[in-house]
Ligand binder design. Structure first.
Ligand SMILES: [Zn+2]
Ligand SMILES: [Zn+2]
Length: 116
């Protein structure tokens, strides 16, 4: 049986370019398995529910940001959008709203995604 996949829009913190992050569902966990550059003009279909909750993370197999290769992502505390982030970066600068600060906590809810 195929695992459920979920797609979430993400912006590269370095290049400020949009991409689509693909998650694979594993029980209550959502594992990022890849990021691909978003084609100009393409839109991710809106999810039909509210925020999806669970544990969001990456695996060692995650190939990194499609633009800068950073190894992870964070969800902005202000605009609640995802942006790429490398674990070696001490400070997060949101490419969408300009919020910046140290990364802390854990992502447990993501909204505004399209599900396949
Ligand atoms: Zn990036
Ligand atoms: Zn933000």
């Amino acid at each position: 049986m195929d695992q459920e996949a979920m797609f979430v829009s993400m912006v590269c913190s370095t290049h400020r370019e949009p991409m689509v992050l693909k998650f694979q569902r594993n029980g209550a966990d959502f594992i990022a398995v890849g990021a691909s550059k978003q084609r100009a003009g393409s839109v991710i279909p809106p999810g039909d529910g509210g925020p999806t909750t669970g544990s969001f993370g990456t695996t060692p197999d995650y190939p990194g940001c499609a633009y800068c290769g950073s190894d992870g992502f964070v969800r902005c505390g202000r605009c609640h959008e995802l942006s790429c982030h490398d674990t070696s970066w001490e400070v997060f600068n949101c490419p969408r709203c300009g919020n910046s600060g140290p990364v802390r906590g854990h992502i447990d809810s993501i909204s505004g995604m399209g599900a396949s």
